[in-house]
Design a protein around this ligand. Structure first.
Ligand code: C5P
Length: 227
Protein backbone atom coordinates (compact mmCIF):
# COMPACT_ATOMS: atom_id res chain seq x y z
CA UNK A 1 0.00 0.00 0.00
CA UNK A 2 1.04 3.53 -0.78
CA UNK A 3 1.64 6.10 1.93
CA UNK A 4 1.27 9.59 0.61
CA UNK A 5 1.06 11.25 -2.75
CA UNK A 6 2.57 10.24 -6.08
CA UNK A 7 2.75 13.37 -8.26
CA UNK A 8 2.69 12.55 -11.98
CA UNK A 9 3.19 15.42 -14.38
CA UNK A 10 3.85 15.77 -18.08
CA UNK A 11 2.19 16.58 -21.40
CA UNK A 12 -0.55 14.53 -23.01
CA UNK A 13 0.17 11.26 -24.80
CA UNK A 14 2.94 10.16 -22.45
CA UNK A 15 0.83 7.31 -21.02
CA UNK A 16 0.45 9.27 -17.80
CA UNK A 17 -3.27 8.79 -17.27
CA UNK A 18 -3.41 5.08 -18.07
CA UNK A 19 -0.30 4.30 -16.03
CA UNK A 20 -1.51 6.47 -13.12
CA UNK A 21 -4.83 4.62 -12.93
CA UNK A 22 -3.12 1.23 -13.08
CA UNK A 23 -0.63 2.23 -10.42
CA UNK A 24 -3.41 3.51 -8.15
CA UNK A 25 -5.33 0.25 -8.61
CA UNK A 26 -2.22 -1.79 -7.84
CA UNK A 27 -1.45 0.23 -4.71
CA UNK A 28 -5.05 0.36 -3.57
CA UNK A 29 -4.75 4.13 -3.64
CA UNK A 30 -6.99 6.89 -4.96
CA UNK A 31 -6.56 8.45 -8.39
CA UNK A 32 -7.06 12.14 -9.13
CA UNK A 33 -7.22 13.33 -12.74
CA UNK A 34 -6.70 17.10 -12.41
CA UNK A 35 -6.88 17.52 -16.21
CA UNK A 36 -10.49 16.33 -16.04
CA UNK A 37 -11.23 19.17 -13.60
CA UNK A 38 -9.85 21.81 -16.01
CA UNK A 39 -11.88 20.15 -18.76
CA UNK A 40 -15.09 20.35 -16.70
CA UNK A 41 -14.43 24.06 -16.05
CA UNK A 42 -13.86 24.53 -19.79
CA UNK A 43 -17.09 22.75 -20.68
CA UNK A 44 -18.96 25.10 -18.32
CA UNK A 45 -17.46 28.11 -20.12
CA UNK A 46 -18.38 26.73 -23.55
CA UNK A 47 -21.92 25.78 -22.51
CA UNK A 48 -22.45 29.30 -21.18
CA UNK A 49 -21.56 30.56 -24.66
CA UNK A 50 -18.58 32.52 -23.32
CA UNK A 51 -15.27 33.27 -24.99
CA UNK A 52 -12.64 30.91 -23.46
CA UNK A 53 -9.94 33.54 -24.09
CA UNK A 54 -11.76 36.21 -22.01
CA UNK A 55 -10.19 35.77 -18.53
CA UNK A 56 -12.79 37.72 -16.54
CA UNK A 57 -15.75 35.98 -18.19
CA UNK A 58 -14.01 32.63 -17.63
CA UNK A 59 -13.27 33.38 -13.98
CA UNK A 60 -16.88 34.45 -13.33
CA UNK A 61 -18.29 31.32 -15.00
CA UNK A 62 -15.97 28.95 -13.15
CA UNK A 63 -16.78 30.62 -9.82
CA UNK A 64 -20.44 29.69 -10.40
CA UNK A 65 -19.62 26.08 -11.34
CA UNK A 66 -19.36 23.02 -9.12
CA UNK A 67 -16.47 20.86 -10.38
CA UNK A 68 -16.35 17.44 -8.75
CA UNK A 69 -14.35 14.29 -9.37
CA UNK A 70 -14.49 10.80 -7.89
CA UNK A 71 -11.13 9.26 -7.01
CA UNK A 72 -11.87 5.57 -7.53
CA UNK A 73 -9.27 4.48 -10.12
CA UNK A 74 -11.80 1.99 -11.57
CA UNK A 75 -14.32 4.77 -12.30
CA UNK A 76 -12.80 8.26 -12.25
CA UNK A 77 -16.01 10.29 -12.68
CA UNK A 78 -16.12 14.00 -13.54
CA UNK A 79 -19.21 16.04 -12.63
CA UNK A 80 -20.34 19.48 -13.74
CA UNK A 81 -22.94 20.81 -11.29
CA UNK A 82 -23.78 17.20 -10.50
CA UNK A 83 -24.03 16.02 -14.12
CA UNK A 84 -21.70 13.24 -15.31
CA UNK A 85 -19.74 14.80 -18.19
CA UNK A 86 -17.12 12.09 -18.65
CA UNK A 87 -17.58 11.93 -22.44
CA UNK A 88 -18.43 15.59 -23.09
CA UNK A 89 -15.08 16.79 -21.73
CA UNK A 90 -13.06 14.77 -24.31
CA UNK A 91 -14.21 16.59 -27.47
CA UNK A 92 -11.90 18.55 -29.78
CA UNK A 93 -13.82 21.71 -28.87
CA UNK A 94 -12.79 21.24 -25.22
CA UNK A 95 -9.21 20.33 -26.27
CA UNK A 96 -8.97 23.66 -28.06
CA UNK A 97 -10.39 25.77 -25.23
CA UNK A 98 -8.85 24.07 -22.18
CA UNK A 99 -5.41 25.73 -22.29
CA UNK A 100 -6.66 29.34 -22.23
CA UNK A 101 -9.16 28.47 -19.49
CA UNK A 102 -6.46 26.78 -17.39
CA UNK A 103 -4.18 29.79 -17.79
CA UNK A 104 -6.60 32.01 -15.80
CA UNK A 105 -5.13 32.45 -12.28
CA UNK A 106 -8.50 32.45 -10.52
CA UNK A 107 -9.49 29.19 -12.23
CA UNK A 108 -6.28 27.60 -10.98
CA UNK A 109 -6.81 28.95 -7.47
CA UNK A 110 -10.31 27.48 -7.27
CA UNK A 111 -9.35 24.10 -8.72
CA UNK A 112 -6.08 23.73 -6.80
CA UNK A 113 -7.99 24.34 -3.54
CA UNK A 114 -10.43 21.58 -4.48
CA UNK A 115 -7.56 19.27 -5.52
CA UNK A 116 -5.86 19.73 -2.15
CA UNK A 117 -9.13 18.99 -0.37
CA UNK A 118 -9.62 15.78 -2.41
CA UNK A 119 -6.00 14.75 -1.73
CA UNK A 120 -6.38 15.28 2.04
CA UNK A 121 -9.56 13.22 2.01
CA UNK A 122 -7.96 10.36 0.05
CA UNK A 123 -4.95 10.33 2.38
CA UNK A 124 -7.29 10.05 5.35
CA UNK A 125 -9.52 7.37 3.80
CA UNK A 126 -7.10 5.27 1.70
CA UNK A 127 -3.65 6.36 2.85
CA UNK A 128 -2.47 7.26 -0.63
CA UNK A 129 -3.33 8.89 -3.93
CA UNK A 130 -1.81 9.11 -7.40
CA UNK A 131 -2.31 12.61 -8.81
CA UNK A 132 -2.12 13.24 -12.56
CA UNK A 133 -1.57 16.72 -13.98
CA UNK A 134 0.81 19.45 -15.11
CA UNK A 135 1.70 21.29 -11.87
CA UNK A 136 1.23 18.63 -9.18
CA UNK A 137 4.90 18.37 -8.17
CA UNK A 138 5.55 22.10 -8.55
CA UNK A 139 2.41 23.69 -7.08
CA UNK A 140 -0.36 21.39 -5.84
CA UNK A 141 1.70 19.08 -3.57
CA UNK A 142 5.33 20.28 -3.71
CA UNK A 143 6.11 18.05 -0.70
CA UNK A 144 5.01 14.78 -2.39
CA UNK A 145 7.55 12.04 -1.56
CA UNK A 146 7.54 10.82 -5.17
CA UNK A 147 7.33 13.04 -8.23
CA UNK A 148 7.66 11.70 -11.74
CA UNK A 149 7.74 13.81 -14.90
CA UNK A 150 6.80 11.84 -18.00
CA UNK A 151 7.93 12.85 -21.47
CA UNK A 152 7.79 11.37 -24.98
CA UNK A 153 8.50 12.66 -28.48
CA UNK A 154 5.63 14.60 -30.01
CA UNK A 155 5.28 12.01 -32.79
CA UNK A 156 4.82 9.21 -30.30
CA UNK A 157 2.42 11.28 -28.23
CA UNK A 158 0.29 12.19 -31.25
CA UNK A 159 0.23 8.55 -32.36
CA UNK A 160 -1.00 7.45 -28.91
CA UNK A 161 -3.62 10.21 -28.76
CA UNK A 162 -4.89 9.36 -32.19
CA UNK A 163 -5.13 5.63 -31.40
CA UNK A 164 -7.04 6.53 -28.25
CA UNK A 165 -9.35 8.87 -30.20
CA UNK A 166 -10.22 6.18 -32.75
CA UNK A 167 -10.72 3.57 -30.01
CA UNK A 168 -13.19 5.92 -28.33
CA UNK A 169 -14.98 6.78 -31.58
CA UNK A 170 -13.58 10.26 -32.22
CA UNK A 171 -12.30 10.53 -35.75
CA UNK A 172 -9.37 12.83 -36.52
CA UNK A 173 -6.35 12.63 -38.82
CA UNK A 174 -2.91 12.02 -37.36
CA UNK A 175 -1.74 15.45 -38.58
CA UNK A 176 -4.65 17.21 -36.86
CA UNK A 177 -4.07 15.33 -33.60
CA UNK A 178 -0.35 16.12 -33.72
CA UNK A 179 -1.01 19.83 -34.32
CA UNK A 180 -3.57 19.90 -31.50
CA UNK A 181 -1.24 18.11 -29.03
CA UNK A 182 1.71 20.38 -29.87
CA UNK A 183 -0.35 23.54 -29.64
CA UNK A 184 -1.75 22.61 -26.23
CA UNK A 185 1.71 21.71 -24.85
CA UNK A 186 3.16 24.95 -26.16
CA UNK A 187 0.41 26.98 -24.43
CA UNK A 188 0.65 24.94 -21.20
CA UNK A 189 4.46 25.25 -21.04
CA UNK A 190 4.62 28.99 -21.67
CA UNK A 191 1.75 30.33 -19.53
CA UNK A 192 2.62 32.77 -16.74
CA UNK A 193 0.96 30.87 -13.88
CA UNK A 194 1.99 27.28 -13.01
CA UNK A 195 3.44 26.34 -16.41
CA UNK A 196 3.98 22.70 -17.30
CA UNK A 197 7.48 21.87 -16.08
CA UNK A 198 9.31 19.23 -14.08
CA UNK A 199 9.91 19.90 -10.38
CA UNK A 200 13.61 19.99 -9.53
CA UNK A 201 13.30 16.81 -7.50
CA UNK A 202 11.18 14.93 -10.06
CA UNK A 203 12.34 11.67 -11.63
CA UNK A 204 12.31 12.11 -15.43
CA UNK A 205 10.87 9.22 -17.40
CA UNK A 206 10.92 9.20 -21.21
CA UNK A 207 8.17 6.82 -22.33
CA UNK A 208 8.77 7.08 -26.11
CA UNK A 209 10.10 3.52 -26.31
CA UNK A 210 8.06 2.01 -23.48
CA UNK A 211 4.75 0.14 -23.53
CA UNK A 212 2.08 1.11 -21.04
CA UNK A 213 2.90 -2.02 -19.01
CA UNK A 214 6.54 -0.97 -18.85
CA UNK A 215 5.61 2.56 -17.76
CA UNK A 216 3.36 1.17 -15.03
CA UNK A 217 6.06 -1.27 -13.86
CA UNK A 218 8.62 1.54 -13.71
CA UNK A 219 6.27 3.73 -11.64
CA UNK A 220 5.50 0.88 -9.34
CA UNK A 221 9.22 0.24 -8.80
CA UNK A 222 9.73 3.93 -7.99
CA UNK A 223 6.74 3.94 -5.60
CA UNK A 224 8.15 0.84 -3.85
CA UNK A 225 11.43 2.58 -3.32
CA UNK A 226 9.78 5.59 -1.69
CA UNK A 227 6.96 3.82 0.18
O1 C5P B 1 -4.47 15.88 -18.77
P1 C5P B 1 -5.37 16.50 -19.79
O2 C5P B 1 -4.85 16.40 -21.19
O3 C5P B 1 -6.79 16.04 -19.68
O4 C5P B 1 -5.37 18.06 -19.41
C1 C5P B 1 -6.14 18.97 -20.15
C2 C5P B 1 -5.59 20.39 -19.97
O5 C5P B 1 -5.82 20.86 -18.66
C3 C5P B 1 -4.10 20.56 -20.18
O6 C5P B 1 -3.76 20.73 -21.55
C4 C5P B 1 -3.81 21.84 -19.38
O7 C5P B 1 -4.15 22.98 -20.13
C5 C5P B 1 -4.80 21.73 -18.23
N1 C5P B 1 -4.20 21.24 -16.99
C6 C5P B 1 -3.54 22.12 -16.18
N2 C5P B 1 -3.05 21.72 -14.97
C7 C5P B 1 -3.20 20.45 -14.57
C8 C5P B 1 -3.85 19.51 -15.39
C9 C5P B 1 -4.34 19.92 -16.61
O8 C5P B 1 -3.39 23.28 -16.54
N3 C5P B 1 -2.73 20.10 -13.36
Amino acid sequence: ALCGVVALDGPSGTGKTTAARRLATELNAGYLDTGAMYRVATLAVLRAGLDPTDPSAVAAAVRRTRVEVATDPAAPTALLNGEDVGAAIRTEEVNRAVSPVSAVPEVRELLVAEQRRVIREALAVRGGIVVDGRDIGTVVTPDAPLKVFLTASSDVRARRRSAQDSAEGRAATFEDVKASVERRDQLDSTRAVSPLRAAEDAVLLDTSELTIDEVTAKLSELADGRG
